[in-house]
Design a protein. Structure first.
Length: 131
């Protein structure tokens, strides 16, 4: 079980790193910051982003991470999927599309919290998995 918990923590860390990479990719694309204006790396990687929380969600079961952790990661997964949909609403629902940057911060916070709980579980400092 410890191996699964370690894999869960690694997956959670990779999720945080993937989200951080998204911030970097859009920063590199912004012309105001010296970028070339091409956000295709940000867009294309963004469509792959839900794979990371999905893997984390799958790993909550063999790691016996508990229901609370599974729900947290499920919310992270659904929100990461929603993040890719928001920019597509720019012509029909501009207000919703404008939530894309704010939702990115929510994703980063959720992923960070997930990473913290997963690493605590892997280190054996969390009572969550004892249920």
């Amino acid at each position: 079980m410890q191996t699964w918990r370690t894999l869960l923590a690694v997956s959670a860390v990779l999720t945080v790193l993937a989200i951080a990479a998204q911030f970097l990719f859009i920063g590199l694309a912004l012309a105001q910051l010296g970028g070339n204006g091409d956000a295709s790396l940000h867009v294309n990687f963004g469509y792959l982003l839900p794979i990371f929380p999905l893997l984390t969600l799958v790993l909550t079961w063999p790691a016996r991470a508990g229901r609370g952790m599974a729900v947290l990661v499920a919310v992270l997964f659904v929100d990461s999927f929603l993040q890719g949909v928001l920019p597509q609403l720019r012509t029909s629902a501009t207000l919703l599309a404008a939530l894309h940057p704010l939702n990115a911060m929510v994703l980063a916070a959720l992923a960070g919290f997930t990473m913290r709980k997963a690493t605590e579980l892997a280190r054996g400092t969390s009572a969550e998995g004892a249920r």
